[in-house]
Design a protein. Structure first.
Length: 233
């Protein structure tokens, strides 16, 4: 079990990040035209705006919270907020945006599965990646209930130490997560799996930050009309 824990939380994160970076570069270099979201809005607009907006707002807030919460050293926030208060804040904010993301993703998944036009153009890979994201979100929501059982923040500090050891290439990272609840471990491991497979799925568009939308000119769309015929004498 110690060897499995060491592989999953000390070795595998680097495998996932290496595949993520190299695979993304290779796909952009050799298959740039596949670098897209594959939106289904043109096929059916029903519930699309609500589902997409709630999903993206929720997921971006969750990812931002994870990055700040896990990668901020304990010594930096300790003078301003205790570990327990930080954990409670994460529970409340994560719960709100997690629920928003859950509603949005449920709508998108139901559209993908039960809308005939969308299902006909969806690959098994599209459905699988949505299902994995859905499972990851459910694990994250379940971790809230586990966190409520110990509000001292000690486990969150350990998870933060694990993440900081990984990104700074230090050994001993797996020791911080060895005694964590299985829901935490599953959530972390599945997150690494999602990073690993990102270059081979539509998730690769996370690299594409559409800043050009701010400055690009408006598109002018004109309806096509039949040519007017004039009769002569």
């Amino acid at each position: 079990m110690d060897y499995l824990n060491y592989f999953c939380f000390q070795i595998f994160p680097y495998i996932a990040m290496a595949v993520f970076l190299i695979g993304s570069w290779a796909r952009f270099d050799h298959a740039a035209y596949t670098w897209r979201t594959g939106s289904s809005q043109l096929l059916s607009g029903k519930w699309m705006r609500l589902g997409s907006n709630w999903f993206h707002i929720g997921i971006l807030a969750i990812l931002g919270g994870h990055l700040v919460g896990l990668l901020t050293p304990h010594a930096l926030y300790e003078p301003f907020i205790t570990s327990g208060q930080k954990q409670l804040l994460a529970i409340v904010v994560g719960g709100i945006f997690g629920l928003m993301c859950f509603v949005g993703m449920t709508i998108l998944l139901l559209r993908r599965l039960f809308n005939p036009r969308i299902r006909a153009t969806s690959s098994s890979r599209d459905i699988a990646i949505l299902a994995l994201l859905y499972l990851q979100l459910i694990l994250g929501m379940c971790s809230i209930f586990v966190s409520v059982g110990h509000l001292d923040g000690s486990q969150m500090v350990k998870l933060g130490e694990w993440a900081q050891h990984i990104v700074t290439f230090r050994g001993g990272a797996s020791e911080y997560i060895a005694d964590a609840h299985w829901i935490y471990k599953s959530h972390v491991f599945l997150g690494m799996v999602l990073i690993l497979i990102t270059p081979f799925t539509r998730l690769v568009h996370v690299w594409s930050i559409p800043l050009s939308y701010i400055t690009r000119p408006y598109q002018v769309v004109r309806r096509r009309q039949a040519p007017v015929q004039y009769g002569g004498r």
